[in-house]
Ligand binder design. Structure first.
Ligand SMILES: C[S@@+](CC[C@H](N)C(=O)[O-])C[C@H]1O[C@@H](n2cnc3c(N)ncnc32)[C@H](O)[C@@H]1O
Length: 171
């Protein structure tokens, strides 16, 4: 199992019986992860989601929780699809537009941040070209980007309206 943009990697905690790997750009999260897991820590590697240092088809499950907004989304999804095994599952939790609309109510700084993310996300939705910086996702466009990299969405869990979970497998 691979956790992409894992931070401290807490999503891997329930799966320690499996072979797990977490990757993140920032060392600080990985250090926290090593403390959290102690001697049972899985390998935590500094790596970029846009250039995963693994062979094609290496993982049965790839997770990416709330990290896609900070990545080159198309490139990262293409890499996740590449390292996914033939019958593997990709689980992506996205930050939906609704998340930022709600965040905007948290005060003046949050309004500015949310407005920027919404403007960038809207440009990405309209042009297909991703501006630099954090962007929101929508389920529809995530579905289309996954299809473009050979994956099909089999389930969407919108229990958390601001952060839907999308499950995809190879088509
Ligand atoms: C909001 S945190 C989520 C962390 C973790 N997945 C969780 O659910 O707690 C986003 C994480 O994505 C990482 N990240 C951002 N861009 C990345 C990239 N291009 N490649 C790998 N990790 C990245 C950040 O360093 C950060 O740890």
């Amino acid at each position: 199992m691979l956790d992409v943009g894992c931070g401290a990697g807490q999503e891997l905690l329930p799966y320690l019986g499996a072979r797990c790997v977490g990757i993140d750009l920032r060392r600080s999260g990985l250090v926290e992860g090593r403390e959290l897991f102690g001697p049972r820590a899985p390998p935590f590697l500094i790596a970029s989601a846009e250039a995963l240092p693994f062979e094609a088809g290496a993982f049965d499950v790839v997770l990416c929780r709330l990290a896609l907004p900070y990545m080159d989304v198309k490139c990262a999804l293409s890499e996740m699809a590449r390292v996914l095994a033939r019958h593997g599952a990709l689980v992506v939790q996205i930050h939906h537009l609704r998340y930022y609309l709600r965040r905007g109510l948290d005060g003046p700084l949050a309004v500015v941040h949310a407005a920027r993310v919404i403007a960038r996300g809207a440009a990405f939705e309209l042009t297909g070209r991703q501006p630099q910086g954090e962007v929101f996702q929508l389920v529809g466009s995530t579905r289309r980007m996954l299809m473009a990299v050979g994956l099909a969405v089999v389930e969407v869990d919108e229990a958390d309206r601001g952060a839907p979970i999308v499950l995809a497998t190879r088509r």
